[in-house]
Write a protein that binds this ligand. Structure first.
Ligand code: AMP
Ligand code: MN
Ligand code: MN
Ligand code: MN
Length: 285
């Protein structure tokens, strides 16, 4: 197990816990070094950093940016970013506007498909500034339109479903540029989650590296030993460092609690040893 978790979500995006509560929950779970990486938002970072200071935890300001590569949605983590950097704040403002447009379209299509989309969006707006499909899935379940989040994705929100709306995310290189301009390290999130062939995945990792990327997530929440091996060899073949993150969203979902991550394989260079990453306590790794 490692005490480093570089991928988590709070109520600033689609997480269940407010930033300060997330920090305390992570601390109780054994996390010593924590990055908050909300989808397309840095709004939770100030509160989380303050909470981390009070419990002596090393806090890494982060973000998980939605981007596009070869027509697919991918996720790029920015770690140790300066959230005030202009290129980043301007970029994220554009993403927030795109999410608003998309949420309204998802609601319309849900209505048309006979599900309570507008009612869901009204509820979502009351408690978040950044609507995601997770919010729609959760709210449709709360309204009794589906039995659970998985069904919401299968019936309405997933690929090819009636409320699947194409998103205009920025090209991967552009998202990387915002992170680099904010002094951060860029990490390709959950590389095995994209539907790609082995060759496509290597192309993605190489282009990510060539655009200034520092690493890929090798240890993800819920990953099997075989998946960790597969990601580790992708990192080694493409000359990228490795990161570890739970992708924690919700304490009620047991597969990815922070603090329960496997150790990074010794063959992989840790992203937290890369130049520009804040010092981490030796015993945390
Ligand atoms: P969005 O960025 O708005 O497209 O929403 C993507 C988010 O939805 C991901 O970050 C996950 O947290 C969540 N998600 C995607 N697929 C599923 C699924 N099948 N079940 C539960 N959550 C999912
Ligand atoms: Mn999410
Ligand atoms: Mn993601
Ligand atoms: Mn995530």
């Amino acid at each position: 197990m490692t005490g480093i978790d570089l991928h988590t979500h709070s109520t600033a995006s689609d997480g269940r816990l407010p930033p300060a509560e997330l920090v305390r929950h992570a601390g109780r779970s054994g996390v010593r070094v924590l990055a908050l990486t909300d989808h397309d938002s840095t709004a939770g970072l100030g509160e989380a950093a303050a909470a981390a200071r009070t419990i002596g935890m090393t806090f890494i300001p982060g973000v998980e940016i939605s981007a596009e590569w070869r027509g697919r949605s991918i996720h790029v983590l920015g770690l140790a970013i300066d959230p005030a950097a202009t290129a980043l704040t301007v970029g994220l403002a554009g993403l927030a506007a795109e999410r608003e447009r998309r949420a309204a379209e998802i609601a319309r299509r849900l209505d048309r498909a006979g599900a309570p989309g507008s009612e869901a969006l009204e509820r979502i707006r009351a408690h978040t500034a950044l609507p995601t499909r997770t919010h729609f899935a959760r709210t449709l379940a709360e309204l009794g339109a589906v039995r659970g989040m998985a069904e919401a994705f299968e019936r309405y929100l997933g690929r090819g479903c009636p409320a699947a709306v194409r998103s205009a995310w920025p090209p991967m290189q552009e998202a990387l540029g915002w992170i680099l301009a904010a002094g951060g390290l860029a990490v390709l999130a959950h590389p095995l989650r994209y539907t790609l062939s082995g060759g496509g995945r290597r192309d993605l990792a190489r282009e990510f590296r060539d655009a200034g990327g520092a690493g890929i997530e090798v240890v993800c929440g819920g990953a099997s030993a075989a998946q960790i091996d597969q990601s580790a060899s992708l990192a080694l073949r493409t000359g990228l460092a490795g990161s570890a993150g739970s992708d924690f969203h919700d304490p009620a979902i047991p597969w990815n609690p922070p603090g329960r991550l496997a150790k990074l394989p010794a063959s992989v260079q840790p992203v937290w040893a890369c130049p520009g990453f804040p010092e981490v306590p030796a015993e945390a790794a």
